[in-house]
Design a protein around this ligand. Sequence first.
Ligand code: EPU
Length: 338
Amino acid sequence: MSIQQQISLKPYNTFGLDVKAKYFVEVTDEHQLIEVLKSDIAVNNELFILGGGSNLLLTKDVDALVIKMSIKAVQVLEDFEEEVLLAGGAGEEWHEFVMKSLELNCFGLENLSLIPGCVGASPMQNIGAYGVEIKDRFEYLEALNLKTLKIEKFDNAACEFGYRESVFKRKLKGQYIITKVVFRLSKSPKLNTSYGAIEVELKNQGISNPTPKDVSNAVIAIRQSKLPDPKEIGNSGSFFKNPVVTLSVLNKIKSNYPDVVAYEVDKQNFKLAAGWLIENAGWKGKTIGTYGVHKKQALVLVNYGGALGKDIYKLSADIIASVEEKYGVKLEREVNIY
Ligand code: EPU
């Protein structure tokens, strides 16, 4: 473990943006992390914690010490009659972790297959897909307090999870480094196949009595059909959040656009499919040289190779302005911008 200088971050962000880190170090356990944090370079520079780099748009060189979290390990912490507490190191690749959980017959994460990123980042934005969010399976996490250099535990309530939100994105931003995440998983399958696309995919495959592995495979097939593989086309998954609006705003939009796609959050609030708003505003598949809006999913911005983060940022600003002008709804970015 040594701190390097002027390192390209291209291999470390799924958009494939070629910016430089002033300082860069990779840590593989908590002790190394604490050592690094005590170093002069850490004390005298800003810190930038990097997980899988899959929810990140780098618009400039990073004038900081970048700490790449590579703390690995998957461990059964408790084995109860019905359930298991399964821990993952922060640097464990999320999809690998889900696959290992299935191999261990620990169920509940199958709907979250193939989400890019790592275990440590999963609670930051409460990742979710196909009717499941990690908060539904989460037991606690361990995080290093950057002031005291002590590990602290956060239970579900302490994380203040919301839609793509947690306390670590808001009031505790920049104050902790997540080192381990523990999930409460079930020994017997409790499937959630209510999300339309999963039902359709299982039906197409002729599966009427699915196992968790079948659900995982269905999710993988759906994601592969719609979302670009970051190994082939740079991207960060959904670039925007689906906006939540009140019933009266929804009705106003519906009066002009009766086909708008919306899901009920509660009686008064509805989540709009941002992908629909963007597509219907004419952006889907729009390509500007080396970057653009994905052809199969308008929520995803892509780098075909060699684009600059600031250009992709400008594209996102243009989309936000266009959607606001058309529907009166302001989209929020889901990805972190540097
Ligand atoms: N739609 C369009 N055009 C598009 C894309 C979507 O009209 O180009 C409409 C369709 O009607 C579709 C609906 O939007 O039925 C919903 O689309 P989809 O099922 O693809 O889901 P999403 O709302 O676009 C969200 C998450 C995804 C997650 C999927 C599946 C957010 C911001 N995104 O996308 O998460 O995989 O649901 O659960 O909540 C991510 O966060 O990076 C991500 C990929």
